[in-house]
Write a protein that binds this ligand. Sequence first.
Ligand code: NAD
Length: 463
Amino acid sequence: MSNISFKTLSPQVQIPVSTVRPFNIAVAGTGYVGLVSGVCMAHRGHRVTCVDIDEKKIALMLKGISPIYEQDLEALMQLNKERLTYTMDYKNAYKNADVIFIGVGTPEQPDGSANMFYIANVARQIAETIEKDCLIVVKSTVPVGTNDKVEQFIQDFLVHDVKAEVASNPEFLAQGTAVRDTLEAPRIIIGTDSDKAEETLQAVYEPFGLPIVSVSRRSAEMIKYAANNFLALKVSYMNDIANLCELVGADIEDVARGMGYDSRIGSNFLHAGIGFGGSCFPKDTKALDYLATLHGYELRTVKAAIDVNKDQKVLLYQKACKRLITFNGLKAAVLGLTFKPGTDDLREAPALENINLLLAQGANIYAYDPIGSENCKNIIPETGTEQDRGKYKGKINYVNSAEEALEGANVCFIFTEWDEIKAVLPKDYKKLMRTPLVYDGRNIYDVNEMQENGVEYYSIGRA
Ligand code: NAD
């Protein structure tokens, strides 16, 4: 069972609020969005059935174990177990539900567009199953116009004589803080095209006591993409400026600090680093670019954000290539695997691309991550896959501490700013590594302190 640190939630979040009107809710998909939403809705008094097609996930949840790492999630699952059910039996879950939330994945396709396979699949299951009027709410991130299509699709496949309306309710949680983000969201966006759907969704969210922004379905779908793309742009902009800072002798940390005081800019998302990863920004930037192209429009700002990010992800590796004659046979410590701290998710994590480059060059990698190692082993196995054996010259070993990874290493790469990694002191690099050469993609350390401790230190946007 993962760490239960329920105490970290604010008092307001800790108290289950009894709702005026509890709904029978089904949630399709128990990933980062579906499970967190379902559990939080149960916490706010609704009866929730969480549906998934993944047998292993359901088996874990039935034992009270969360299949994903997210702070406070397991504690809330236990606290609200009377109102929570987990099942693969979608027919029973959907047939009498008042509201069905769809939280399945919309991954990137090779052309950059969002893959609608899972959404269509659930829509069909719903259409063939529901036996009473029902509101279907799309929480997954979907291209503008998808809600219209889902409604028509369900209509086309309905088996019983019932009314099925579709509403948009995009999700803005961030992995690592998903529970808090859901229970204390700055706003909830609901996109509806009828008064009845709007009233129902307003009533579902009433016990959350949060501001609700009610718009049309298409605007709701667009708000999600516009918001994510804006944040991705902010990150890429700061990374671009960071690279220029290095060339002109400025310090990006100071620059960000100075910029952040300006309320028109805000201090969030100004941290330069190794580029954005995760399951959202990379695919959502490409999906919006694709959507614009489809409509004959060139979204130049978003294209630039994608472009900068692509280069940024391999910047540290390239810096190291300039410094070292070869990686072949070198021991490389990799600190941090997940795309950010607080999550076990490795989707589009910068560490993966860099590890593959290092392995291809024959590095002997010792990787440490407090949570993400098991998931990483499924992507890059310690033994290498049959296919890999021909491809890779190097080898990867997953170890249990940063110190173990650093012991005798020739070079170190930092990809995730976990507290456990930030706890490594500058002097430890000097003490533990064979050659204290550190490439830090998260600007964890003070440049001067590293230098004073005899560490050759390269970071992002700092001299
Ligand atoms: P995920 O991959 O973690 O989870 C999706 C789940 O859906 C999986 O468990 C899968 O087994 C299940 N599933 C697939 N088909 C199903 C079916 N027919 N019935 C029931 N379950 C089914 O995905 P996620 O990260 O939670 O993202 C879901 C959506 O939310 C995506 O569109 C994503 O862009 C969006 N979103 C994600 C985040 C985030 O931080 N992860 C934040 C906001 C929005």
